[in-house]
Unconditional design. Structure first.
Ligand SMILES: [Zn+2]
Lengths: 981, 113
């Protein structure tokens, strides 16, 4: 059954099990992308997730378009639509390939050197130009239509990678009943065994042995098997992030399925069996399509039955490429030549290659390649000790398989903070001392050869099970026949002074760029990396880092470890934002807090604003009122009649216990001891540094009971500060703190008719001024519902705050609202509340104050009970700077043009003209248009503001400076006649 | 995500906790008796070691208690934890040692304090 798919609009057929890469190769397509900087034609380098060149975009057609996928990981399904990237107008003819001719201009550090001047040109000119010319894939332009899942999991042993070592580890680890998770980034378990055509394990062909082991694992109930799952990151205390791809390979996925799932696995023990990645050779023209890693060529031919070329040259510095040559030959590829840069090649594999009739030349290298959109000729030769080329030879070929040895995959080990150890014999880094409960097994720790890897994996798996508390007898060793016994031989350094020999294929970094960087003084690999961008692309240098390091080390004449290795950081391969976000999108992105009156407000056309996590009604427009008109009407109604406001978001803390008043004394600046039950006080809380932290009214309900309110946003912070002092400084106090924010709904009834609204509703309570003066509290009921009634005001008007249990809030609200309407009042929102309080000069913590404001600055010094021996922050008030001349103080501002509304944050200056460098005298903290006073008002923090009353300063605006007169911040009723009505 | 040993609840994930600064900095009993320098030291001076650090945590989304812990700032590993108001346990490695032993992965050690 063939699968029909399209690439760049052309239709092809693939087979089940194909990747996009293998299917295109099988169809003879070799040109898959254009390079990042020079727009050079590129084909496949690798067969796995390390592929740097073949980045494609997959379009699902319903807005789900994913860029920058590696063609080697995209599974072909019927109807797959894929496109190449980074080409214009087409892959075969790319106008920007002229960049390749301009290569001398685009050398190492060109970002830093070329685009320096003139000032401002970077943002306007260079950056857009570079982005258009160079970017990788196109970002999707609509919201991601797919959905994603996430899950936490615990296990005894997590095994990462399912090649021979990983499979053996998982089988051994799970034998005694341990909970084991085995994950692999590929669609099938088996790793390198899937491309092994000669080995027999315990009498079975390698793929059959894999199937048998997977069967054993699947039969064990404590084992979880995850394919298409990349272990992308290691986090503290053995938490490993896994990205599982669930539907990308399905032709018509069920839309209810999540596309991907994030696993956060907490593993007692981890076995890393991440394998190794073959190293490219560095020679001119090594990026031409048709030049690929030798083992990748073998994998395409053996596993996918996709011939990567008809006639091959193999260039190598190690024995494994001989196996590639033999397998390619067995798959029908003509192998014209194996060129081994080493002077001798005597192992069993070279012998087998010679016996198979393949021409083997030692001491021979690739000097260059030729071919326009793919390799057609490899120019081979030997190099004398004096650098002269001998035996130059042109070899016609359509495939050049290269192997510079193998690089163990240390990414996860290094992320776990394990130490890396340099092994000079293989010129590789290997895992050293562990820093986490993990162990590496197989070729990721330099153990190669099939039987050794199987034994290493089994040992690691059983040790991991043992260390997580399970009996784990080491299983009998596997019997292996026919496996290639490849030597692990030293790579031969690249030649100096090569032109256009690519090291980092994805970021187009050449050996010449690296030499230039060292000549310009960059001697640490971290600096070379940033200067040349080598290893900084989406493949994170999987195929390039070791070559870059070798070249820099050789050039500097220093050992590799002395030059250093760049840091490995998550993710191993790119992870979609969708996977990381999981369910946390849209309404689930953040919790939403709503008050008990929210539904009523929504039904009455409230416009809401976000205040922290709360949704608060900002204003209630009538007819076609805009915000300003609605707010002005709401303000006028409160001042002339009465308004109803939902203040339920206020933080509320109940403080009870024999020492409650003493605790209040220590936490707040005010005096609480003599506050009688039934009375309230405006409480001000400082940090120990003496600056204002929060404010709110506290009512004393009984000698041992206070009902404290905080700002809406400050509630958690205030409770935490109270708990901190109570638990850690004064544990001897008999005090208990309870958050009751959610328990009490608060209806603020404010305005000259507020008492008339409530009087008939409060079940006979006396709320006349004599019984309930300003700043009093009483317990009673309203329309039969239990109530704590506060006589307080945040508007400057006669006001009450009705606290009722949240579950009864809507019924009470509707009853009160009916009275408000009957008396010509209205409901008002937070915007009107802000204007009304500003007219009265009441501050909002965090708006007038900013964490550096003292009570003196804010005109609130009167609240401090100076006779108290101590309270939080008191000692700091005596520091000289806290009362210094020049501190910014709260003032009111009146604009010369009464219609002008200043910007909040506008800077105040002495003179109208404010050239660069002018010192600011202060800034506007609150500013509102005309509502009830006939002119706009503003509050500001102004240097020595109280001494400047009556003076004129200037508020800076983009349209020009506005003269403003400095006035007292209380614009309305300074004597409090309305308040105390 | 770190695992943090609450002395009341046992080992719980980092997301349940709030960091609360260096431990064993007691608020002076008579702040008024301190000169500005001494008060400034109390407010702002911290040891900030590379190595073992006694620090305060609050199990905010758990038992709600403030407690003390010794964590190595170099390896980011917890050495021990103990109730607020109790002294730093004897035998915890000094701040000079960057290679403190890893926290044992069993809850019993922290179960009862
Ligand atoms: Zn706890």
């Amino acid at each position: 059954m063939s699968l029909r798919f399209s690439f760049d609009g052309r239709s092809y057929l693939g087979e089940p099990g194909d990747t996009l890469a293998s299917a295109l190769l099988a169809n003879g397509v070799r040109l898959l992308g254009r390079s990042f900087k020079y727009h050079r034609p590129r084909g496949l380098l690798a067969a796995g997730s390390e592929e740097p060149n073949a980045l494609v975009e997959v379009d699902r057609g319903y807005g789900a378009r994913t860029p920058n996928l590696r063609a080697t990981q995209v599974e072909v399904y019927d109807g797959l639509v894929a496109r190449s990237q980074n080409r214009f107008p087409s892959l075969g003819f790319d106008l920007q390939a002229v960049n390749d001719l301009a290569a001398p201009l685009l050398s190492a550090g060109f970002y830093y050197k070329t685009f320096m001047a003139p000032r401002g040109a970077w943002a306007k000119l260079y950056e857009p130009l570079i982005r258009r010319a160079a970017g990788l894939g196109r970002a999707p332009d609509v919201a991601d239509p797919d959905h994603y899942a996430s899950r936490y999991a615990h296990c005894d042993v997590l095994v990462i990678g399912s090649g021979p070592a990983g499979l053996a580890a998982a089988v051994a680890a799970s034998a005694g009943g341990a909970r084991v998770i085995l994950c692999d980034e590929q669609p099938r378990f088996g790793g390198s065994l899937l491309a092994d055509r000669s080995a027999r394990i315990d009498g079975l062909a390698a793929p059959d042995w894999v199937a048998a082991q997977v069967g054993v694992l699947a039969s064990r109930p404590e084992v979880t098997l995850l394919t298409r799952t990349t272990a992308f990151g290691w986090y503290p205390d053995n938490m490993v992030g896994l990205a599982q791809r669930l539907t990308d390979h399905l032709p018509e996925p069920d839309p209810t399925l999540p596309r991907e799932r994030l696993w956060q696995v907490r593993a007692k023990q981890v076995v890393i069996a991440a394998g190794a990645i073959e190293r490219p050779l560095v020679f001119p023209g090594n990026d031409r399509p048709g030049v690929m890693l030798a083992d990748a060529a073998r994998t395409f031919a053996v596993r996918y039955n996709a011939a990567p070329g008809q006639r091959a040259v193999i260039a190598t510095t190690s024995d494994t490429a001989y196996r590639a040559a033999l397998d390619l030959q067995a798959c029908g590829v003509e192998v014209a030549l194996i060129a081994d840069a080493r002077l001798r090649a005597d192992g069993p594999l070279p012998a087998a290659a010679r016996a198979a009739g393949i021409r083997v030349e030692t001491g021979m290298r690739v000097l260059a390649t030729r071919g326009r959109r793919g390799i057609r000729v490899a120019i081979m030769g030997r190099i004398d000790l004096d650098g002269r080329v001998r035996n130059r030879e042109w070899v016609r070929c359509s495939l050049l398989g290269m192997s510079g040895g193998w690089t163990p995959s240390l990414h996860l080990f290094s992320q776990s903070r394990g130490e890396l150890r340099f092994d000079p014999a293989s010129e590789t880094f290997l895992p050293g001392a562990s820093a986490a409960a993990e162990r590496s097994a197989g070729s990721c720790r330099g153990v190669h050869g099939l039987d050794d890897a199987l034994a290493d994996g089994a040992m690691a798996g059983s040790a991991a099970a043992h260390d997580s508390g399970f009996d784990a007898a080491l299983p009998a060793p596997c019997h292996v026949e026919g496996a290639a016994q490849a030597g692990w031989t030293s790579p031969v350094p690249a030649r100096r002074k090569q032109r256009r020999a690519f090291v980092d294929f994805q970021n187009d970094v050449t050996s010449k760029d690296l030499l230039l960087a060292t000549q310009e003084g960059f001697h640490s690999i971290e600096h070379v990396k940033r200067y040349t961008t080598t290893g900084m692309a989406t493949d994170q240098g999987k195929t390039s880092n070791m070559n870059a390091l070798s070249i820099v080390a050789a050039e500097l004449g220093r050992p590799v470890p002395a030059v250093g290795l760049t840091t490995f950081r998550p993710p191993y391969t790119p992870v979609t934002f969708g996977t990381l976000a999981g369910y946390s999108r849209g309404v689930l992105f953040d919790p939403v807090r709503t008050t008990p009156v929210h539904g009523w407000a929504a039904a009455h056309k409230a416009v809401f604003e976000d205040v922290g996590l709360w949704k608060r009604a900002r204003y209630f427009p009538r007819g076609d009122e805009d915000m300003h008109q609605a707010v002005a009407r709401e303000c006028r109604t409160v001042r002339s009649a009465v308004g109803l406001f939902d203040a339920s978001t206020l933080g509320k803390i109940e403080i009870i216990g024999a020492d409650a008043a003493e605790f209040m004394n220590r936490m707040y600046v005010n005096a609480w001891t003599k506050l009688a039950p039934g009375r309230c006080r405006y409480g001000l809380m400082l940090g120990e540094n003496g600056f204002l932290m929060d404010d709110g009214v506290a009512g004393r309900l009984a000698p041992d009971r206070f009902h404290v309110t905080t700002t809406t946003g400050g509630a958690p912070r205030v409770l935490a500060q109270m708990e901190d002092y109570l638990q850690t400084e004064w544990p001897e106090l008999q005090v208990w703190l309870t958050s009751v924010t959610e328990q009490w709904a608060v209806l603020a009834v404010q305005g000259p008719r507020a008492r008339d609204v409530l009087a008939p509703l409060v079940d006979g309570m006396d709320i006349e001024a004599a019984a309930m003066p300003h700043m009093s509290v009483a317990v009673g009921s309203i329309v039969g519902v239990p109530m704590r009634l506060f006589r307080v005001s945040f508007t400057g008007e006669l006001g009450f705050e009705v606290n009722v249990p949240a579950g009864h809030a809507q019924a009470v609200w509707e009853a009160v609202h009916a009275r408000v309407e009957a008396l010509g009042g209205c409901v008002y929102g937070t915007e009107a509340m802000h204007v009304l309080r500003a007219e009265k000069g009441y501050i909002i913590v965090g708006q007038e104050s900013d964490g550096t404001a003292t009570l003196g600055d804010l005109g609130l010094g009167w609240a401090i009970a100076k006779a108290k021996r101590d309270f939080v922050g008191k000692r700091s008030l005596d520091r000289a700077d806290m009362t210094a001349v020049g501190r910014r103080q709260l003032v009111g501002l009146l604009t010369a043009d009464p219609a002008c509304v200043l910007d909040e944050g506008a800077q105040l200056t002495e003179a109208a003209a404010a050239p660069v460098g002018t010192r600011s005298l202060g800034h506007v903290t609150s500013s509102y248009g005309e509502a009830t006073l006939g002119h706009s008002i503003a509050l500001a923090m102004l240097a020595d503001g109280r001494a400047r009353l009556g003076e004129t300063v200037y508020a800076q605006r983009p349209e020009g400076a506005m003269p403003v007169r400095v006035v007292d911040p209380v614009f309305l009723d300074p004597k409090g006649v309305r308040l105390n009505a | 995500m770190l695992l943090i040993p609450c002395p009341i609840c046992g080992i719980r994930p980092e997301a349940e906790f709030t960091y609360a600064g260096e431990a064993h900095i007691a608020r002076p009993a008579e702040p008024a008796s301190l000169d500005d320098h001494a008060w400034g030291e109390f407010l702002y001076a911290r040891t900030n070691p590379k190595g073992d650090h006694a620090e305060r945590w609050r199990h905010t989304h758990g038992c709600g208690r403030f407690f003390n812990a010794v964590r190595n700032t170099h390896t980011d590993r917890f050495i021990t934890s103990y109730l607020a108001g109790t002294a730093r346990p004897h035998g915890t490695p000094s701040a000079a040692s960057p290679d403190a032993p890893a926290m044992r992965n069993d809850t019993e050690q922290w179960g009862q304090a």
